[in-house]
Design a protein around this ligand. Sequence first.
Ligand code: CS2
Length: 507
Amino acid sequence: MTQLQKVQAQVNDLNQFNVATLPATIDVPTYDRSKVKAGIVHIGVGGFHRAHQAAYINELLKQPGNEQWGICGVGLLEANRGLRDVLQKQDNLYTVTIRHPNGQIDNTVIGSMVEFLFALDDKQAVIEKMAHSDTKIVSLTITEGGYNFHPSTGEFDYTNPDIMHDIANPNDPITAFGYLTAALKQRKEAGLPAFTVQSCDNIQHNGHVTRKMLLAFADKQDVELANWIKQNVAFPNAMVDRITPISKQSDIDYVVQAYGVADGWPITCESFAQWVIEDNFSNGRPNLENVGAQLVKDVTPYEKMKIRLLNAGHSVLGLLGSIHGYSTIDETVSDPLFAKYLRSFMDLEVSHLLEQLDGIDLEQYKDTLLDRFSNPNIKDSLTRICSESSAKLPKFLIASINENLALNRDVSLATLVVAAWCLYSDKGVDEQGQALEIQDVMAKELKQFAQKTANNTLSFIELNSIFGYLPQSQQFVDGYTKAIKALYEPNSKISHLMAATLETKEH
Ligand code: CS2
């Protein structure tokens, strides 16, 4: 047993009883959690939700009169079993550790999740919770891939076996769509108002997309219900932002050392947080503007700015950095070549696609992004950033490529990233020969298409569901062919290609 394990064996789990005894430096819930009702049911209690929405609600609950806005977390996936066990032990309390760039650390125990339901324990309990009159909002962080649309066409994918199951079995759902329709049906039959469905994922027009997908699903299951949803459910668009790496053992160890309780699943994140929400709710909403969220009429320009700069910027660093052999965002962006590449990508291939926003200085926004990425205390792994690239890149990067091609503008910086993604999917190793951990539901297909590159340079981008019409653009094909040829040269170095691309771009 290490010294730390010995300490851990003696410490108590974080829970409702000992939270009051924590050192005064820890920010703990100051409100009576037993009085808080769950007005929000949240599907997908990952790190991001716990660092973002749940943290905003935690602040709100500290202000009197908001007791109806607690959260009931829901886990739909087998993978959520471990989280259920931890939260059960901890009365649904957990720590958010904010790590500032200068080393300052702030710890907050979040109390806003007052219930957690693991759907595989009891599906009906989840449906009933969502159908309960206290529930005003069902919010979602089900990842970009969870919305079940074809990346290139944006249409609902009826061929997904879980979706097929849910359409045929309305009372035994598997997917978020199945649960939403089952609960909305009960509300409709009971004469209760519809809840708002609030997406908190990184998808442009996330509310509109959620609406389109849910209606496509419901239409096949129950046309009358679909019509009721169309008329009664609000789907606000929102832009969400807080960089939240995957929790590590060191985060757990830190909490024990810092304040002497065991938290089985603390979350570490940056200090920056932003939430811009369209004020469009069907059944009331929490006063999130009192805790720093922005309620606006139209979130479109904010979403586009964030997704095309921050999320795309992450993918640029993630894919290029992985091939080079870096393992975290801060490590990658501390390399001046990668920082310059990222900034040039933002300045030359994205900024002109964005609308001017009142109160936002785009240059400053980009500076802030570089600062946030450079935070040496946020070890955000490139594996996380590159995970599910098949769901992310069409929205984050390929959308900008398409818009630039339509404007006849150069896309060489983004093109090299697409070529790097091909090499990444094909070889699965970095330039040092170290294996890359590729996490993508489409990993097999990506590899199959990428592997044919040696015989057919364009093979990878012929994966139609992701790249759509890209192979039909001669401009793109020329640039991509050049990038692939250079990248597949024996002993080629991504850094040399990045430097060469930057140099041509500048002339
Ligand atoms: C990241 C996001 O998943 C990704 O690739 O870009 O998770 C990002 O960290 C968040 O959107 C930040 O708000």
